[in-house]
Design a protein around this ligand. Structure first.
Ligand SMILES: *[C@@H]1O[C@H](CO)[C@@H](O)[C@H](O)[C@H]1NC(C)=O
Ligand SMILES: *[C@@H]1O[C@H](CO)[C@@H](O)[C@H](O)[C@H]1NC(C)=O
Ligand SMILES: *[C@@H]1O[C@H](CO)[C@@H](O)[C@H](O)[C@H]1NC(C)=O
Ligand SMILES: *[C@@H]1O[C@H](CO)[C@@H](O)[C@H](O)[C@H]1NC(C)=O
Length: 189
């Protein structure tokens, strides 16, 4: 039981962490801005490295000493990622990702590093079907459980499963020990 409650606490903390991260919704075929800003503002862009990575740790965009460096960019982001150079001075290293597809859904990380400062930001991108193209797909709408609700259902299910598992382990071991004791009483050699 105690272990079960520990698991519940851990899951609650994890889910809180996720919900603190930035969430962005984009539509298939259109574009979206993934935000990333440094908290410190008086840093010179030419002293900074900014690395954008996707859920598979593939490169979307690198800014090395304030300059674009696209040699390592993953082909799937070719001509689809764009920065806002006029915003660098303000510590704003957001990127715009265009031609969105469902494959883009997931976690994006922005790493800002400087000799005296480093920061990581996580953005969660959710892709919704473009409403222009799919006015008639009623099946799509049935699947649209609000994100927070589905998160809670998942947590609840995990907790219930864990509690069931722990309870059954305790029950089984009790039965097993009783069985062993009985056996040794019955067969004294
Ligand atoms: C984005 O999509 C449009 C239409 O499907 C296509 O013409 C264009 O080449 C695509 N651009 C990129 C960079 O993939
Ligand atoms: C950063 O720049 C982008 C593009 O201009 C803008 O949409 C976004 O709001 C800016 N973010 C901040 C924190 O200023
Ligand atoms: C939905 O489908 C009907 C016919 O199947 C069509 O007349 C209507 O324009 C469609 N609506 C949208 C929003 O695409
Ligand atoms: C996107 O879809 C989700 C469910 O998949 C829904 O909860 C949300 O409201 C939608 N967002 C927009 C901006 O349509």
């Amino acid at each position: 039981m105690i272990i079960g409650w520990c698991f519940i606490c851990v899951f609650a903390v994890l889910i809180n962490k996720v919900s603190l991260d930035v969430r962005v919704v984009g539509f298939t075929g259109s574009s979206v801005v993934l935000p990333c800003s440094s908290i410190q503002h008086d840093l010179k862009p030419q002293d900074m490295h900014v690395l954008w990575r996707d859920k598979d740790s593939e490169t979307i965009y690198d800014l090395i000493e304030g300059k674009d460096s696209l040699e390592t960019q993953d082909p799937r982001y070719k001509n689809r990622a764009q920065t806002f150079p006029e915003e660098y001075e303000r510590g704003n290293f957001s990127i715009k990702l265009s031609n969105l597809t469902h494959a883009d859904e997931g976690e994006f990380n922005c790493f800002i590093t400087h000799s005296s400062y480093s920061n990581q930001e996580t953005v969660w991108l959710f892709i919704n079907e473009s409403t222009v193209e799919t006015g008639n797909q009623s099946t799509e709408e049935e699947n649209q459980v609000p994100e927070t609700q589905s998160n809670w259902i998942k947590t609840l299910l995990i907790c219930v499963c864990l509690l069931t598992l722990i309870t059954s382990i305790i029950a089984l071991s009790t039965v097993y020990f009783k069985f062993c004791r009985n056996k040794s009483h019955q067969a004294p050699i």
